[in-house]
Design a protein around this ligand. Structure first.
Ligand code: NI
Length: 197
């Protein structure tokens, strides 16, 4: 096991297009996944892409928080999902704006427009293809992580950079931000502060 160094914004590895994994059952991929799990557990994150640990391969791990997988806000178990060669398909044009943070962009958060409903598929480490439908925060987390594999960090998706800021400052001034930007009342100032991908 090993805790890997996380690349931060400015490192070119974060902007490479990650390579497709030819054999998901390759022992080298299993070792990478184990190290990514150790690294994620050592961080405050909910997800990690291989690109973030300097390995340009299409591998993502993340905790799928079922309590945020839809409209149901009740507490429930989270499940670690390991995705090799993930593919996302939006299920409608509907999008929503919400906060994101990233282990590669420490201390900051920003509001990003994402598809609200998606279908996504991936290969498991056993080489089996799986598929899931997701909405809300769950869908957002998948889109954020898979963007890493295409060399995209969340600030590159932002259309209003006034909504990029230090989390500490943003949280303190959320009411001003809300009024100034016509954000919805439901726009949660605390969401994701400690939950990064
Ligand atoms: Ni990230």
């Amino acid at each position: 096991m090993a805790i890997l160094k996380i690349a931060r914004m400015g490192h070119p590895v974060l902007h490479q297009i990650a390579e497709t994994v030819d054999d998901p059952t390759d022992p080298g991929i299993a070792r990478l996944i184990n190290d990514m799990i150790d690294t994620l557990q050592d961080s405050a994150g909910i997800g990690l892409a291989a690109s973030q640990v300097h390995v340009s391969k299409r591998v993502v791990i993340f905790f799928a928080p079922e309590s945020r997988s839809g409209e149901d806000e009740e507490e429930s178990e989270t499940e670690l999902t390991i995705m090799i060669n993930p593919v996302i398909e939006p299920l409608s044009d509907k999008t929503n704006l919400d906060w994101e943070a990233c282990l590669s962009v420490p201390n900051l958060k920003g509001a990003v427009e994402r598809y609200s409903h998606i279908k996504y598929s991936w290969s498991t480490p056993a080489g089996k293809r799986e598929e899931r439908v997701a909405s809300g925060f769950h869908a957002r987390a998948v889109q954020h992580e898979c963007d890493h594999l295409d060399g995209i960090l969340y600030p590159m998706r932002m259309t209003d950079l006034k909504l990029l800021g230090y989390a500490e400052e943003t949280n303190r001034n959320i009411e001003l931000l809300r009024r100034g930007h016509g954000l919805e009342d439901g726009f949660d100032p605390e969401l994701q502060v400690a939950e990064e991908g």
